[in-house]
Design a protein around this ligand. Structure first.
Ligand SMILES: Nc1ncnc2c1ncn2[C@@H]1O[C@H](COP(=O)(O)OP(=O)(O)OP(=O)(O)O)[C@@H](O)[C@H]1O
Ligand SMILES: C[C@H](N)[C@H](N)CCCCCC(=O)O
Ligand SMILES: [Mg+2]
Length: 203
């Protein structure tokens, strides 16, 4: 199985959630497009403690922390969907996107097109700021429109029961995990949430 961790925006918590999924499922990790440093792959490597997870190299490692289409242009590189080949592994694979679903890879193609061609289920990370209901439901609608299966939503941030209720009602998918604001993001935080995820996980 493979899961594409997407978010409702950049900085929604995809890397933290990817580390939690890798830890819970002892899964491999792949960030196909990294724009700027630090490498999310390095962050995940530091955050996990299981010995089974393998970190696969990025297909595009770009210099500028910007939208991949712009970051690629600055490096004189062109990203095309044909450039991506799934890493060679039999293990469960966690794939992390860049920013949200409609972040451009080039002038015509988006992260959401990469999710589709990689033929993966998506997991949506939704942080809970004011405005996130709209961003979350728009993302769900974009995934639906392209027939991309959505495994569920991970809510990230201080609990907001009314936001979560209305999102889940319309998204018609389960909440896989709820992450609170943590003082420190470290191995212990990842293990704590990996244990919670395993309780909710139905494979
Ligand atoms: N629940 C949380 N509590 C405290 N800090 C958090 C939490 N979730 C995420 N963060 C912090 O917020 C920042 C952004 O999170 P993260 O890097 O996971 O976002 P991202 O969605 O992966 O962004 P990108 O689009 O750049 O890949 C990081 O510094 C991360 O440690
Ligand atoms: C550099 C950053 N941390 C992400 N990797 C890329 C975010 C692209 C966001 C583009 C946008 O939606 O405006
Ligand atoms: Mg990230």
């Amino acid at each position: 199985m493979r899961y594409f961790i997407t978010g409702i925006d950049t900085d929604s918590g995809k890397t933290f959630v990817s580390a939690i999924f890798c830890e819970a499922l002892k899964a491999d990790y792949w960030k196909p497009v990294q724009a700027g440093l630090p490498r999310d792959a390095d962050t995940v490597k530091k955050l996990i403690t299981n010995q089974q997870t393998r970190i696969h190299p990025e297909r595009f490692l770009l210099n500028t922390p910007a939208s991949p289409h712009a970051s690629a242009k600055a490096d004189g590189v062109h990203i095309a969907l044909d450039d991506f080949k799934l890493p060679d592994t039999n293990n469960t694979l966690i794939i992390e996107g860049a920013g949200g679903c409609l972040v451009p890879l080039n002038d015509n193609q988006f992260v959401i097109d990469l999710i589709r061609v990689l033929n993966t289920e998506a997991v949506l990370v939704a942080d809970l700021y004011l405005g996130s209901i709209n961003h979350t439901l728009l993302t769900v609608e974009a995934l639906r429109k392209r027939n991309i299966p959505l495994k569920g939503i991970v809510f990230n941030g201080d609990a907001n029961p009314e936001s979560e209720r209305i999102i889940l009602k319309h998204a018609e998918v389960p909440c896989l995990l709820h992450i609170s604001k943590e003082k420190v993001i470290d191995n212990a935080a990842v293990i704590k949430y990996a244990d919670l995820l395993k309780r909710n996980w139905n494979g």
